[in-house]
Design a protein around this ligand. Structure first.
Ligand code: FCB
Length: 510
């Protein structure tokens, strides 16, 4: 469980045990600014930070994809236009007290109307890939049944315009906005949701599969299952270990079923998932912490990947609560999905330590999955308190390449929240963001030089947007959005990224 992402909230289950641990047990993304303290960082002994080549210009492979990423709920707005159904995020954000400052995604960046402007931004940045997500309730307002033609039209026009702009449409099918009607029927803990998902995937494959070849089934399964069903800090706001366990298994089944539905409809489609990943390092060099780091890797990085590629839950976990997860015979085969690529969303590293005996005994989750996770403290912090640690990207890409036989990898997200706004001349001088992406790209280039098969890099995000429970308080964009006027302005980082993409190289002066 990640004890916090964006906001340092205590899970009822772990309260008192890991108050200083910003990352969760099952996923290791995002920590909040005031959560940035951790057990063990001083003694931490993970791989020593290596100096990547920062002095020369490094070329990326030919045909490398330079992209940005967004998600429907975070940018589209127009939450009930043209027949769109309610999603769990609509319901959640309309519930007072759930989102910082009472913000909602009702309008967000109004990309439902302004998508042409968004494409113009990408053209100006010389990008050749756009990772965006489809809002399931725009397509199936109640989560099943006939497709809403206006929803399909919207995405169809977007895809056509992208192709015309020579930008690859890289489509995420599920980026967290479940139709509320399916949540009312039990949500992800309900196994039936897996077949609903497969049906929706088939609808989209039929509608767009003649023009879209690259698909992402899920965005960060571990994040939305953890935060939504265990922590309750994200939609649908549930707080139950059992819901968490069941939802995990349903999503693994849905990944298998969705993969088969897509391939049955469009056999040549290239299909993957965007996993939230983090480099797990032991907090000290004790044997227990080293084992904890392996469990951290299993939970944070493999909980949804091994089921797909190996038809099993990660072996580093000594015990699997099969009954609580409602695993039935034959399910392990159903989870299999030989993904064509592995999408990696990576922002930072995680320090892992072993819980003590008392902690294990008094907390169900620590007993089930004995690992505590914290954030690193050595690197500089972004405005929301995440440690900048480029090596994490190198470490994870190398480990995944090694353990999964050099799969195709797409960096589906990486980025940073810096809240710089326009200066007197209207320029947004976000030099720290340039620094972030440059360093992560240098680390990535090193992994490619050492043999990893990385096909693309997608900066999160194209433009400032609605950052889930943090509302509009965190700006990740390469383009600035004035949320009063919806005016978009490319930041200095966007201009820099345009040069990198045009030259297919990164370097000290690039
Ligand atoms: C990732 C999410 C994405 C965005 C970034 C900052 O975990 O996939 O939607 O919120 O974090």
């Amino acid at each position: 469980m990640r004890l916090t992402r964006r906001k340092f909230a205590h899970s009822a289950l772990l309260a008192g045990v890991t108050a200083a641990l910003p990352a969760g047990l099952f996923s290791a993304c995002s920590v909040s600014s005031n959560a940035a303290r951790t057990a063990g960082s001083a003694a931490h002994v993970g791989p020593r930070a290596r100096p990547f080549d920062t002095t020369s210009e490094i070329a990326f492979p030919r045909n490398f994809f330079w992209g940005t990423a967004t998600a429907a709920y975070q940018i589209e707005g127009d939450w009930k236009e043209d027949g769109k159904g309610e999603s769990i995020w609509d319901r959640f954000s309309h519930n007072p007290g759930r989102i910082k400052n009472g913000d909602t995604g009702d309008l967000a960046c109004d990309s439902y109307h302004r998508w042409r402007e968004d494409i113009a931004l990408m053209r100006a940045m010389n990008l050749n890939s756009y990772r965006f997500s489809i809002s399931w309730p725009r397509i199936q307002p109640a989560g099943s049944g006939a497709a809403n033609p206006k929803g399909i039209d919207y995405y169809s026009r977007l895809v056509d315009a992208l192709l015309e702009a020579r930008i690859r449409p890289f489509v995420t099918l599920y980026h967290w906005d479940l139709p509320q009607a399916l949540e009312d029927a039990g949500g992800w803990p309900n196994r039936d949701t897996a077949s609903r998902f497969a049906n929706y995937v088939e609808v989209m494959a039929r509608a767009l599969g003649d023009r879209v070849s690259d698909w992402i089934l899920f965005n960060e399964p571990s994040a939305f299952i953890d935060l939504g069903y265990l922590e309750g800090t994200h939609a649908p706001g549930r707080n139950s270990l059992f819901d968490f366990l069941r939802a995990s298994h349903t999503v693994n089944l849905a990944q298998g079923a969705g993969f088969r539905a897509l391939k049955a409809t469009r056999p040549s489609a290239r299909v993957g998932t965007a996993f939230s990943m983090s480099a797990c390092e032991p907090a000290t060099d004790s044997e227990q912490d080293r084992l904890a780091a392996e469990r951290c890797h299993a939970m944070a990085n493999l909980w949804f990947l091994e089921p797909a590629l190996k038809g099993r839950y990660p072996e580093a976990l000594a015990f699997l609560p099969e009954t609580a997860m409602r695993i039935k015979s034959g399910d392990l085969d159903k989870m299999r999905a030989p993904l064509d690529f592995i999408g990696i969303n990576l922002y930072y590293r995680t320090l892992a330590s072993a819980p003590g005996a008392m902690e294990r005994l008094s907390h169900a989750q620590q007993w089930l999955f004995p690992v505590k996770m914290g954030s690193g403290q050595q690197g500089p912090k972004t405005d929301n308190g995440w440690e900048v640690w480029p090596q994490a990207l190198y470490d994870v890409v190398m480990r995944i390449s090694r353990d999964f036989n050099r799969p195709q990898i797409e960096i589906t997200e990486s980025g940073c929240a810096y809240n710089d706004g326009p200066d007197a001349g209207g320029m947004i001088r976000d030099t720290r963001r340039i620094q972030y992406h440059r360093q992560y790209l240098q680390a990535l280039a090193q992994s490619i030089a050492e043999g990893a098969d990385v096909r693309g890099y997608h900066a999160w995000a194209l433009l400032d947007n609605f950052e889930w429970a943090e509302g509009f308080s965190q700006r990740f964009g390469l383009a600035y959005v004035d949320f009063k006027t919806q005016q978009r302005t490319i930041k200095e980082s966007g201009r820099w990224y345009a040069k990198v993409a045009a030259e297919n190289r990164v370097g000290p002066n690039l």
